[in-house]
Design a protein around this ligand. Sequence first.
Ligand SMILES: *Cc1c(COP(=O)(O)O)cnc(C)c1O
Length: 219
Amino acid sequence: MSLQDITTRITDAETAAGRPKGSVKLIAVSKVQPNERVRDVLVQGHRCFGENRVQEAAGKWPEFKEQFSDVDLHLIGPLQTNKVRQAIELFSAIHSVDRPKLAKALARLAQETGTCPDLFIQVNTGEEDQKAGILPTDADAFVAECRGLDLPVQGLMCIPPVDEEPALHFALLAKIAARNGLTGLSMGMSGDFERAIALGATHVRVGSAIFGERVKPEE
Ligand SMILES: *Cc1c(COP(=O)(O)O)cnc(C)c1O
């Protein structure tokens, strides 16, 4: 698939859901992709990208940012507290806020620097042991805690379990967001972004459907 195909499918899904055109933001997930593929997508005019590792993003994005203006880089993977400073410099949004310690570190640096990326709280909707994210039962309290720290919480993010119907998880995430007055929903990947849009996604994170299969295996 090309960037153009995915953009068309997003517009069609917006229309099918009775949502305004342009209400869904496409985050092109460029992790582990060769630089030429990423450059291709930049040259086509796309500016919003997602990376799941701070280190990898720090290695390739400063140069792209010099060559292309208005790059909008989103962190969609785990963030260690000792990388928060670096993350704040690189990313305009962080989708993986998942624990009080990280929230406090972000708040401290936001105070110090006077800026903070847009934040999404990651919810472990499938309650999987190996997955990051706050448990659904703890989500309301954690949203309140982040707000108490003056953090700019835009919404929630989830990664459904691979072997379950994602729509159930998207619906749960939308419900938790609504009852907390949050409008951002970061959900939907290559295999399920249309279902996510039907259930209210505002940000879809699409990698392989745009760039092709990832060349290097993920760690
Ligand atoms: C890799 C990744 C994606 C993109 O996955 P695809 O199936 O390639 O679209 C989306 N979200 C997160 C958090 C990821 O790590």
